[in-house]
Design a binder for this molecule. Structure first.
Ligand code: PLP
Length: 355
């Protein structure tokens, strides 16, 4: 018998979520962000479901190569550009678009040769202070790029630090507008949260990521209320039942003690599968579609669940860690993290099926 854990990917949900993004930003072209192996869902599987996208964004040349080899002809943007000049020949060969966020990358473009012009997304740092040109160096960066023989279309780009929070995008957007007001170049600003919350950021290209996978990018709004559907269900089964006496410890460290005589289910899923070890006692989980809670510490390969309200649950009963019926955001919150981390953390050993 193989271990019963699986990640079920729902292509129909990806298609639905792409439509939600389109409806939110109807005037913009849509660049689906499929970095980190499609947020853990599988790069090509996701790209196929999202084939109606106007473009894709990835992190590495490697991912872009796989997509071109699979036949995707849309623009593909490298979100951090090239890491060394040696990558520019493949960028040229595959017709990739590249972010340019620092002077070193401009120097590489000045020295490079390409038979075709390269499309560039010039990244401005409007306040996140991670990547991008500071406002004062923007004019010279733009001029340098425009003087580069191999640079074709230039798109102006920035990324928001708090589009999903109360602070919003106001300050960063104002800075971006101030810098670019006399430019007619295309613009790209919006991640998922900005797509949904701030139409004024839509510009020419939106860059949704997390919403395509069915998780809400906004803490105060549930995915379902936004019309989003889970694209991944992490499922497994109960592999053992324990009847424990009141006061008995459960799991490593004995951090949980049975509040009464209890029936406990042991599930084939642990932190080596990508389930968060920091999920505390009480983290929501579904057994036979019914909501219950985890108990004690998560082990490497197993976790414990409360079967108090599930007298019929036994070995081989289905368990959903997150996905259809249980938003991944809820599990993330109980583990002190965000949905992005849980989705990306799916371990290699968890087989993926479509359904
Ligand atoms: C990851 C990423 C996105 C997508 O962000 P979500 O919050 O997942 O929508 C957009 N733009 C850039 C530059 C990114 O790195």
């Amino acid at each position: 018998m193989t271990r019963p854990i699986q990640a079920i990917i729902h292509p129909a949900a990806l298609v639905n979520n792409l439509l939600v993004a389109r409806q939110a930003a109807p005037t913009a072209k849509l660049m689906s962000v499929v970095k980190a192996n499609g947020y853990g869902h599988g790069l090509l599987r996701v790209a196929r479901a999202l084939e109606e996208s106007d473009g894709f964004a990835v992190l590495s040349v490697d991912e872009a190569v796989r997509m071109r080899e699979a036949g995707f002809t849309q623009p593909i943007l490298l979100l951090e550009g090239v890491f060394h000049s040696g990558e520019l020949s493949i960028v040229s060969e595959l017709g990739l678009s590249i972010v340019v966020h620092c002077v070193e990358q401009i120097e590489m473009l000045k020295r490079a040769w390409s038979p075709v012009k390269l499309n560039v997304f010039l990244k401005l740092n409007t306040g996140m202070n991670r990547l991008g040109f500071a406002p004062e160096s923007f004019p010279s960066a733009l001029a340098a790029l425009q003087a580069c023989a191999i640079v074709g279309q230039i798109t102006l780009m920035t990324h928001f630090a708090t589009a999903d929070e109360a602070a919003g995008v106001g300050e960063q957007l104002a800075r971006f507008k101030g810098l670019t007001q006399h430019c007619t170049l295309p613009q790209s600003l919006a991640n998922s949260a900005a797509c949904l919350r701030y139409p004024e950021t839509h510009g020419d290209w939106v860059r949704p990521g997390i919403m395509l996978y069915g998780a809400s990018p906004i803490a105060t709004q549930r995915a379902a209320d936004l019309g989003l559907e889970s694209a991944m269900s992490l499922v497994s089964e109960i592999i053992s039942i324990q009847n424990v006496k009141a006061g008995a410890p459960v799991g490593y460290g004995g951090t949980y003690r049975a509040e009464r005589d209890m029936r406990i289910g042991i599930v084939a899923c642990g932190y080596a599968d990508g389930y968060p070890r920091h999920a505390e006692t009480g983290t929501p989980i579904l057994v036979m579609g019914q909501r219950t809670r985890t108990l004690g510490r998560v082990s490497m390969d197993m976790l414990a669940v409360d079967l108090g309200d599930l007298p019929d649950a036994g070995v081989a009963c289905p368990v959903t860690m997150w996905g259809v019926g249980l938003p991944v955001e809820e599990v993330a919150r109980a583990a002190g993290t965000i949905s992005y981390e849980l989705l990306c953390a799916r371990a290699e050993r968890v087989p993926v099926v479509e359904g």
